[in-house]
Design a protein around this ligand. Structure first.
Ligand SMILES: C[S@@+](CC[C@H](N)C(=O)[O-])C[C@H]1O[C@@H](n2cnc3c(N)ncnc32)[C@H](O)[C@@H]1O
Length: 197
């Protein structure tokens, strides 16, 4: 476990320093979810935070969702908020470092998790996502599209940089400027749709 990461993120929740938290599922991810047909496919959301996308999935009738976060405070909060779905067997909530997680998923959703991890772990993020996906599995979501600086999180990046991590392992179905970002992120996001090679 990256224990300093666990402490850092837990403290962000403890001190309510959570500017990333929109309080609702982002429009691009909602729109993507609306196009999904198989509601029983195993879905993982790593670095889930308050997991608004999971709530949306559950309300649309998805039955096999796993949430993962390194920060115990938010895992506890989400477990309480979504207890009825845990009890009905449609949802699993795990407090664990993504890089230590094992499992097999047809779909993994990315929402301000990649930008939160140390930049040196980006290549490992791509290979871990590849490992966690089943055959032809999909990694979908949003990546920031602004210059990478020392300051963060959130840490930025560019399409070219991201392709360097993902191209060897995934068929890039889409990695384009997002056209339906929420107002505060307009012009600063790429929508990503990658299929495991
Ligand atoms: C910027 S927040 C985004 C939270 C949520 N996805 C959202 O959009 O509101 C990043 C989240 O990733 C979690 N996180 C950071 N490093 C992690 C790791 N190695 N494994 C699992 N979760 C991690 C943090 O605890 C935090 O909840």
């Amino acid at each position: 476990m990256h224990s300093e990461q666990k402490e850092y993120w837990n403290n962000r929740y403890k001190e309510a320093q959570t500017a990333w938290d929109m309080g609702y599922p982002s429009t691009p991810i909602k729109t993507f979810i609306d196009g999904l047909v198989d509601k029983n496919q195993p879905v993982l959301i790593p670095g889930c935070g308050n997991a608004y996308e999971a709530e949306y999935l559950l309300n649309q009738g998805f039955t096999n969702i796993t949430l993962l976060d390194i920060a115990p405070i938010v895992v506890e909060a989400v477990s309480q908020k979504l207890k009825s779905h845990i009890d009905s067997g449609n949802l699993t909530v795990i407090c664990r470092d993504f890089f230590e997680h094992k499992g097999s998923y047809q779909l993994i959703l990315e929402q301000t998790f990649f930008c939160a991890i140390p930049v040196g772990l980006r290549k490992q993020y791509a290979s871990k996502m590849h490992e966690l996906l089943s055959q032809n599995g999909i990694l979908a979501g949003l990546l920031f599209n602004f210059p990478l600086t020392e300051q963060g999180p959130p840490f930025g990046g560019s399409k070219d940089e991201y392709l360097g991590y993902f191209d060897p392992l995934f068929t890039v179905l889409k990695l384009e400027e997002c056209i339906n970002s929420i107002k505060s992120r307009e012009g600063r996001e790429l929508f990503m749709l990658l299929q495991k090679k």
